[in-house]
Ligand binder design. Structure first.
Ligand code: SAM
Ligand code: SF4
Length: 437
């Protein structure tokens, strides 16, 4: 009987996609998916390091795994991802019962590490420090038959002072355009209708490749693929944003009318200390240009509250920019001190109760704006893609607009994978209700 595996993924879409590739590799090596960690022969944690709570979560879960391992000594535990890259020695010190550990540049080594663990009887580790070429050859196991993540680059050449990504993911390595297009064509042949391109800073895609292909060229090339209905991407950095990306979005029918455009702060002083080289007015003028060029564009963003030295006035600047920007949605984060970042050693860390109060006000403001924007969609009709039954109410289907809004519609006659038209009948901050037309 084949061995079974279970993967628990923490963190962002890049990690989710890495987990699909890890699953693909394990299946190629004869493993089958288990329904729970309790029944699996191998439990793997793909970890995140972006904020402190991610760190604490891993140590809690590994503690729980120790008990499982005591019951079943043949159980194998593997850990990989950003936190493992960051804390190599610490993870093994705190959890000596881990069998295999691998860093962000060593994912492809996993099968060999598992084998080495069996042969030697002692834990096996691998932590490379940088990759020179994009790790393309890994197979991928997708959960979703219609949507796929497609990496266009790994790593990041920026040095935002709050961010640990450059430390744990290294410098940017882009993937050759031909390879991306081949992968997307193969996915479409396999039934995929929507892809989301992944990179830490998609605007600088290609800078490190021969011929320096541009992200806008990639968008245009994808637009020509027969059978591909929707292209999304995350994220562009406002610093490197160029008009040709707006042009490519506007002129490529498959590229969706949604952009995730991380603001981080509305205060120029804070942006400067974050080493985000744009300023609030520049950011807002980009938004205006995008909205002029792309009718119906939805915009989401990331905002950090309580960056070191953020004053009441700085925070009010953020509130004002959020009011003017009228985002459709925002991921709001309390600043979290990260090791190996410049901001980690900045003076004037903001007290927790101040951060909590500001955070609450920002969330309330954004929820009100999200609701207003969603209410403005009532009565209008949109193309929606049917994802599957709603988790809360199986008599309804969860569908998604091109602008990345969730619309719940009556399930009658619908099945996952269909494109239909829905009229919006009700609005909430985070989703819409609709009826089929
Ligand atoms: N490369 C993306 C960009 O520049 O927009 C961001 C990637 S990061 C995984 C996602 C978000 O996490 C960031 O946009 C930022 O808002 C948030 N983040 C990163 N470091 C953080 C920290 N130390 N504390 C709080 N939030 C943080
Ligand atoms: Fe982090 Fe900045 Fe790179 Fe985004 S662009 S991954 S926030 S360093």
């Amino acid at each position: 009987m084949s061995k079974t595996y279970f993967i628990r993924t923490h963190g962002c879409q890049m990690n989710e996609h890495d987990s699909e590739r890890i699953a693909g590799m394990l299946e190629q090596n004869g493993y089958a998916l288990a329904s729970s960690p309790e029944t699996a022969d191998l439990v793997l944690f793909n970890t995140c390091a972006i904020r402190e709570n991610a760190d604490n979560r891993l140590y809690g879960t590994l503690g729980h795994m120790k008990a499982l391992k005591e019951e079943r000594p043949e159980l194998r535990i593997a850990v990989g991802g950003c936190q493992v890259q960051k804390d190599k020695a610490l993870v093994l010190e705190k959890a000596p019962w881990v069998d295999v550990a691998f860093g962000t540049f060593s994912v492809a080594e996993l099968p060999a590490l598992l084998q080495r663990r069996e042969e030697t009887g002692v834990p096996a580790f691998e932590f490379a420090e940088q990759t020179e070429t994009f790790p393309s050859a890994l197979p991928s196991r997708r959960e979703d038959p219609f949507h796929a993540w497609v990496s266009v680059s790994v790593g990041c050449d920026n040095s935002c002072t709050f961010c640990i990504v450059p430390f744990v993911r290294g410098r940017q390595v882009s993937r050759r355009m031909g390879e991306i297009l081949d992968e997307v064509r193969a996915l479409v042949d396999d039934g995929v209708v929507e892809v989301t391109l992944l990179g830490q800073n998609v605007n600088t895609y290609g800078r490190d490749l021969d011929g320096k292909p541009l992200f806008a060229e990639l968008l245009r090339a994808l637009d020509g693929i027969d059978g591909l209905r929707r292209v999304r991407f995350t994220s562009p950095h406002p610093h490197d944003f160029t008009p040709d990306v707006i042009d490519a979005m506007a002129s490529s029918p498959t590229v969706c009318e949604h952009i995730h455009f991380p603001l981080q702060s509305g205060s120029d002083a804070v942006l400067r200390r974050m080493r985000r080289s744009y300023r609030a007015e520049r950011y807002l003028s980009w938004l205006e240009q995008m909205r002029d060029a792309i009718p119906g564009l939805a915009v989401s963003t990331d905002i950090i509250v309580g960056f070191p030295g953020e004053t009441d006035d700085d925070f009010e600047d953020t509130m004002r920019v959020v009011e003017r920007a009228r985002f459709d949605s925002a991921y709001t984060f309390r600043y979290s001190t990260r090791p190996n970042t410049e901001a980690g050693s900045m003076p004037d860390q903001v007290p927790e109760h101040v951060v909590a109060e500001r955070f609450q006000r920002l969330v309330e403001l954004q929820e009100a704006i999200s609701l207003q924007r969603n209410k403005a969609m009532r009565g209008e009709t949109f193309e929606v893609f049917v994802e599957g039954p709603s988790r809360k109410d199986p008599s309804r289907m969860t569908t998604r607009t091109r602008t990345n809004k969730i619309v719940h519609v009556p399930a009658d006659g619908l099945s996952a994978g269909m494109f239909v038209r829905a009229r919006i009948t009700g609005a909430h901050p985070h989703h819409l209700d609709g009826e089929l037309v």
